[in-house]
Design a binder for this molecule. Sequence first.
Ligand code: COA
Length: 219
Amino acid sequence: MLASILPQGVMAVECFTDPPGTVLFPEEEAHIERAVDKRRREFTTVRRCARIALSRLGHPPAPLLPGLRGAPGWPEGVVGSMTHCAGYRAAAVASAAKVRTIGIDAEPAEPLPPGGVLHSVTSEIERARLAEYAASHPEVAWDRLLFSAKEAVYKAWFPLTRRWLGFEEADVAFDPDEGTFTARLLVADRPVDGFTGRWAVAEGIAVTAIATTVDHVRP
Ligand SMILES: CC(C)(COP(=O)(O)OP(=O)(O)OC[C@H]1O[C@@H](n2cnc3c(N)ncnc32)[C@H](O)[C@@H]1OP(=O)(O)O)[C@@H](O)C(=O)NCCC(=O)NCCS
């Protein structure tokens, strides 16, 4: 599912279960030694995905440790992103010579829970668009997809800037027929004006993905 929404040259590996026998590096083990089982399983399986993806780029297995604000540390010359949610784990990597940043995110393909989440992650304009999408394509949980796209935006933004980006600092719009989205950044100091990405829903999972080539980023 993920590979179909990422450009050529980006290696994407996904997993719908937690295969037994996946071994972590000692540094990774140390990082999650006090984690609950759910966190241990997602952390381990997504690293399995990442190592398979890295091997397709010709990189040997290496520890993948969370760094500044949780952003994963990739081997020299690699950009990438990881995501996990119930029943799904995925990683995408590419050569930094071709791709400047990647952001992927997965969510259960269900509406956001009631209770104000939607209002805290969307603008009035975005909510109006969601209503239009829902009218023409009622089968998609558009609010959840928008939340996912914004998380993918943050994961693509952070390696470029090492800065926080709030939900109100990007305006996200979908093309419901083309399976694409655009995110316009609403911050003044920015290396890109925005991101374009693709989305897909299958097997009860909504995924969003951004891969920005080097020529799209201001130095
Ligand atoms: C960091 C964040 C995006 C992670 O998303 P999530 O849906 O909670 O979790 P996911 O399972 O999809 O992704 C987790 C993975 O994201 C990656 N990640 C975490 N922090 C990151 C960061 N600062 N930059 C890039 N990737 C990051 C890690 O690989 C992590 O997995 P790991 O801990 O096993 O290594 C989210 O928790 C968050 O802080 N969001 C607020 C910021 C935001 O989204 N702003 C919207 C801007 S429009």
